[in-house]
Design a binder for this molecule. Structure first.
Ligand code: SF4
Ligand code: SF4
Length: 502
């Protein structure tokens, strides 16, 4: 067992209000400079929809992530090393500016002036690439926001595969929810081995960074990242990506997107995992990818794990933080959070709790009364199946197509509401809990505290890092691997012949 640490994020989709505060604060802090006008390290998509860049989930188009080989290992979908090298100067799998959007601003200066006008002044849009006036703004990073546009455009979302979409174009029967996205700081990242210069690396705390001195702008990582979360800066000719606000993390503070989240739907915490299992679990059968990834996460309260972690030099404050980690609870203990597109096999570390949704059909008044009074005998799964967002949609997004784990998680959330209603409205001190869902009354209490009313210190449990893990990494580290002395990931990549040995 090789124990490693990771700062993981969980986003509770039920609480995202789509305000885009996270995206704007991230942009202000990290990408408000030349060459990054089009780039949103954090963006919020309305689903169903093609997303940003357009159709980023279409891996036939972009060739991101890993695929399983016949011998049961994994290889980059982009191709093996000779293939990657052969397309250095003409990579056909890169998103174009039009797949993102042409960044624009407005001529705000035209709004002020001494001249009196007969009509209110208007600020014309200008391209931030050419500097020329644009006739019309035709696209943006959240163009389908709040169901804007026609269903025909949203229909290109591959997560709708296998779902009967009839009726979804009608306002009364359609559905939508928000998915905030950022770099997943994966355990088996596709970006790292795709880089011909070895400029991308993973730190001890799990943050994936690009060494800007080593980056030569080959852009293979842009294709290889299946989440399209590496952006090329055409001014600096370097690739850039989310840095998980590492200077704040080192200081024990949450990322800017988490700190400023209006819905308080983001959680950050440490998880301990067994790095020896990475190769095996990334190559698991598609239906087992989520359960395997959960298996990889170790119980930080298990005395054997604690002793082994201490023996391997993991600092005590990291172990303590892992024991209090909100992300551990949601990812492993309660199993209500899921990785985004596990079938890309990158073992992502930003997980999502699926959103609840209203019933498909409006209830009559009598039905409403019966529905809210009948809290103890309700059939939780029937309620889940009656929700407007099909479980299959979440399954295509979060569990490689298997709706069962999603139904289980949503049933737990329905049961939680019933449990708390019995307790707070009916005054029943020890409400029955559905044993079939595998959670105790104490766990429902705990879940309620974390999901509904969590304070800042409950949502973000981040140990401050020892200084040597800090700022020098960005400039001085030599590249791939978890750290200099532990090269198992590097060796794994060499086995797959995926990057230039150094
Ligand atoms: S999500 Fe981040 S860590 Fe994962 S492959 Fe993409 S850039 Fe790399
Ligand atoms: S700030 Fe929070 S609530 Fe607002 S869009 Fe971002 S994740 Fe959602």
């Amino acid at each position: 067992m090789k124990i490693k640490t990771q700062i993981a994020m969980v986003l509770n989709l039920d609480k995202c209000i789509g305000c885009h505060t996270c995206s704007v604060t991230c942009k202000n802090v990290w990408t408000s400079r030349k060459g990054m006008e089009y780039a949103w390290w954090n963006n919020v998509e309305t689903k169903p929809g093609p997303g940003y860049p357009k159709k980023w989930e279409d891996q036939d188009k972009y060739r991101g992530g890993w695929v399983r080989t016949k011998d049961g290992s994994t290889t980059l979908r982009l191709g093996n090393r000779p293939k990657v090298m052969s397309q250095l100067f003409s990579n056909p799998y890169l998103p174009q500016v039009s797949d993102y959007y042409e960044p624009f601003t407005f001529a705000f200066s035209s709004l002020k002036g001494k001249r009196r006008l007969k009509t209110p002044p208007s600020a014309r849009p200008f391209s931030m690439i050419t500097g020329k006036q644009m006739d019309k703004v035709k696209d943006g990073p959240n163009w389908e926001d709040d169901l804007a546009g026609t269903f025909d455009e949203r229909k290109s979302d591959p997560n709708l595969n296998g779902i009967d979409t009839q009726g979804f174009e009608e306002f009364e029967r359609t559905f939508m929810f928000y998915v905030p996205r950022l770099c997943e700081h994966c355990l088996h990242p596709a970006c790292i081995p795709s880089c011909p210069s070895g400029a991308i690396y993973k730190r001890k705390d799990g943050v994936v960074l690009i060494n800007q001195d080593r980056c030569r702008g080959w852009r293979q990582c842009v294709s290889a990242c299946p989440y399209k979360k590496i952006y090329f800066n055409h001014q600096r000719m370097k690739s850039e990506k989310c840095v998980f606000c590492y200077p704040r993390i080192e200081d024990g503070q949450p990322t800017v997107c988490s700190e400023t989240c209006v819905g308080r739907m983001r959680y950050l915490g440490v998880i301990l995992y067994d790095a020896e299992k990475i190769d095996d679990y990334a190559a698991a059968d598609e239906r087992e990818l989520v359960s395997r990834q959960r298996e990889m996460i170790l119980d930080p309260n298990d005395p054997t794990v604690i002793a082994e972690a201490e023996r391997q030099g993991i600092s005590h404050n990291y172990i303590l933080a892992a024991q209090k980690s909100p992300t551990y609870k949601m990812m492993k203990e309660w199993a209500i959070a899921f990785p985004l597109h596990p079938e890309y096999r990158t073992l992502p570390m930003v997980w999502y709790v699926p959103a609840m949704s209203p019933k498909k059909e409006k209830l009559s008044e009598e039905e409403q009364k019966a529905d809210s009074s009948n809290t103890t005998e309700m059939d939780y799964f029937a309620k889940v199946d009656d929700m407007r967002i099909p479980a299959q949609y979440f399954a295509n997004l979060l569990t490689a197509g298997d709706p069962q784990p999603i139904r289980q998680a949503l049933a737990k959330l329905v049961a939680l509401r019933a449990f708390m209603r019995r307790k707070t409205v009916d005054g029943v001190e020890h409400p029955d809990v559905p044993e079939a869902l595998g959670l105790s009354a104490e766990q429902y209490d705990d879940m309620y505290r974390l999901l509904a009313i969590a304070n800042y210190e409950d949502r973000f449990v981040i140990p401050s890092a020892p200084k040597q893990q800090g700022s020098h990494h960005f400039d001085e580290r030599t590249g791939l691997g978890f750290d200099d002395e532990e090269q198992n990931f590097v060796e794994g990549c060499k086995r797959h012949n995926l990057f230039a040995g150094r």
